[in-house]
Design a protein. Sequence first.
Length: 417
Amino acid sequence: MAIRIGVIGCARILNAHLRGFKILQEAGFGDLFQVTALCARKEEDALRFRKRGEGPGARPDPIETPGDPLNAPHMYIDDDLHPGSPPVIYTDYRAMLAEGPVDAVVVYTGHDSHHTIAVDAMRAGKHVAVEKAMAITVKAAQQMCEVATETDRVLSVDENVFFSPATRGAKWVVEQGTIGEVQMIFRGIIGFPSHRPDLATARTPWRHSRLGAGGGVSIDLGVHLFNGIRQICGPVASVGATWRVLEETRVLLTDDDSEVAERIPNEVDDAFFSNFRLENGGLGHAAVARSSHGRRIGVPGGTNVWGSRGALSDGRYYTDGESGSPLGRMKAADPAGYQAAFPNGVTDAYALEQLDWLQAIDEGRKPEMTGEEGTIDLALAYAILESGLLKREVTLEEVLSGEVDAYQQPINQHYGL
């Protein structure tokens, strides 16, 4: 029987997830699910995705980075996923949980409401998948994990880096010992493509509010950063960092980018520089800035990893004697492992994260990207902010235990955590 899915939050990232569901259908997994309900505070936002021609038109691309999932082509559930079965529309998620035709929900709202919605949903008997960052603070994420255990519901975090082919191929190469023991990691990017560093990222004002997003690039991108590093290189033990608010005011432009529609005070970091240590003693550095004047500069190669016998960079592995594609080597040397990582040839990260969650529900098991995994990523991202305040290196354990939480304290107090 298909798992009936309710969508809570009809924001711009929904298109990337709908595309993932479509890919699953095309790969033979369509019998697993049906999107049966949409919930948004404004009815028109839900209608925008229900049926072609029924609601407002597609939104403009929200971010300047070509190929970003936020810019995925617009989709309609009735036309593109389940013809003849338009989802039921709700403007209150509590009503959806109480009376909607749903067995599970996906939560695509802002960070500030993830924990409340997820907890309410699990206590209503629904399984939950929630977008990254998992929650507004580490305490909020831990509460979600506790309720998942208490209610025996499947809780998964939609972290596309975890399921990306690049991550999976690199992880396999490291596990095979191809580059030896990981010794160093280096990555960084300063500035986004736009020449306007004050532009509001993804046209979402809440991203620049401490109570709305928790942090800035440290949280929004830090969870991706540390998830990939942990999957490829192993556990991260501690983080030492500095961070700044460079642009104190951000602006929203009109849909045609012709003029300023709104000015927004920026309360969160838009630049950080971090050093971190792996449990095995390996060293790493990462720097990210959302704001820069003049030009954008990035460290070539993406996540660069050096080991005792070789390196990973730019989607390739290098040793003293050879170089090649991690995925190519995995496919040739471990076809069963490759098929398990990319069932039926599915390589889209959004499709893979949904498939794992759906199969975990169907099979009564834990998903790969559990709430506990999401909590660790969030704790390491918050370690950037906590370290910057304390002006010292902080350990993952200090952040998870709450021993170090000065940055998060006012957020926790606001939300009664």
